[in-house]
Design a protein around this ligand. Structure first.
Ligand code: NAD
Length: 380
């Protein structure tokens, strides 16, 4: 800090460091993953668990904390986008406030999908101006994406993630056995994010999905190749976000599939999952990329074939170009005035564009209609 007569400048660079590690059999009483962080100074743990996960694992969870001599307050929150609400955020905070914890040494624990980890992360970021939190993802979306970054938030004023914070977790513990009970639709939901990564930065991941995606979906990623694909997806995501953790650079490859999807997820009474909306966005985006000469016809064929082969839903009913345009406008505000839309340039590479026009979006909507009509005609 330099001394001046009329003003002072404060310089401080924010850093973050956290570990993501595998912790199989996480509720085995001898597994120290959840009990050791902060152990030396505190034995109270505030634990928020997805309701569905708790229905299956309640005994194990309770036994885990008791046998480790810990006083655990367990709060359950239902999953699903409609529950990523300010009400549930406040419920967590009231419960937490009634169960006081040491501010630094008793990290709160989130066990659930992206909804629970986003909610708990945001509660942790705002309670007493920030307390440590631990993530244990239980969905594929959480395992490869939502729980491993530092973004947290809740939906507000009919907008997704309108309130939130960058809040690095203390640790993330991965146990892919949770995926065994995940319904197929939610497995496919996470696969859409894998396709995103494959298309914009990792041709090898795309190839792996072509060769083994179907079998991995069937095994719910419990086999060796499933683990390889999970690891590669996590690596790809971290490789992308680590140098830009606090999003100083607003041109982010991982925003591929997250431009038009924003408007699709907020259709009133719509029930698209995050990954399903991302996949539709991918379809519109590759159509635009193709028309701009960034993807060849053969590459488009390959991508559509993969989507079809993995049984991913491309249901675009009720989607019109106007909604997509509005979503692009909203994202342009979010990206500080420029579209910064990532488009694939060949499989595994991407560029950013700032000049997508309304008629290109209309053409992409028409194109998707054509692609899906052709697909249905083939099935018949
Ligand atoms: N913070 C981030 O960087 C980030 C990244 C991607 C997505 N997200 C957010 O994540 C959310 C979506 O996450 P999600 O897809 O995990 O949804 P989710 O948390 O709603 O979970 C999906 C469903 O699966 C159930 N469930 C959870 N674990 C289960 C298990 N092991 N077995 C059976 N059922 C289980 C839940 O109860 C819910 O019904 C969205 O709100 C999205 O915005 C955040």
């Amino acid at each position: 800090m330099t001394e001046q007569t009329a003003s002072w400048r404060v310089n401080f660079r924010q850093t973050a460091s956290y570990q993501i590690r595998k912790a199989p059999d996480i509720f085995h009483p001898n597994n120290r993953a959840l009990s050791s962080p902060g152990r030396k100074f505190g034995d109270r743990r505030f634990v928020v668990v997805d309701q569905t996960v708790f229905n299956t694992h309640s005994d194990e969870i309770r036994t885990y904390f008791t046998s480790n001599g810990m006083d655990a307050k367990i709060v359950t929150i239902p999953g699903g986008e409609e529950n990523k609400s300010v009400d549930n955020y406040l419920t967590i905070l009231y419960e937490l406030d009634n169960f006081p914890i040491h501010r630094r040494d008793e990290p709160i624990i989130a066990i659930g999908g992206g909804v629970v980890t986003d909610l708990v992360g945001f509660a942790a970021s705002s309670y007493r101006r920030g307390i440590p939190h631990i993530n244990v993802p239980t969905t594929l979306m959480g395992y490869i994406d939502a729980s491993i970054g530092i973004k947290t938030g809740v939906n507000f004023n009919f907008q997704k993630n309108r309130l939130g914070a960058f809040s690095p977790p203390l640790q993330v513990f991965l146990d892919r056995a949770f995926l065994k009970t995940l319904p197929r639709r939610h497995i496919l939901n996470g696969v859409c994010e894998m396709i995103k990564l494959g298309l914009i930065k990792d041709r090898g991941l795309f190839n792996l999905l072509e060769h083994s995606g179907e079998a991995c979906i069937h095994s719910k990623f419990q086999d060796e190749t499933g683990e390889k694909i999970l690891d590669r997806s996590i690596y790809g995501m971290l490789d992308e976000i680590q140098p830009n953790l606090f999003e100083e650079n607003l041109a982010r490859k991982v925003d591929f599939g997250h431009t038009f999807s924003y408007g699709l997820e907020t259709i009133p009474d719509g029930d698209l999952l995050h990954g399903e909306a991302v996949l539709l966005d991918i379809a519109f985006s590759i159509s635009i990329a193709h028309k701009r000469g960034l993807l060849t016809g053969a590459e488009i064929e390959r991508i559509l074939h993969l989507i079809d082969q993995l049984g991913l839903p491309l249901d675009h009913r009720g989607i019109d170009a106007r909604r997509l345009w509005k979503s692009l406008e909203e994202r342009t505000y979010h990206r500080n005035g420029l579209q910064r839309v990532p488009l694939p340039a060949g499989i595994g590479e991407c560029i950013f564009v700032n000049d997508i026009a309304k008629d290109e979006i209309q053409a992409a909507v028409n194109q998707l209609e054509e692609w899906t009509v052709v697909k249905h005609a083939e099935i018949r």
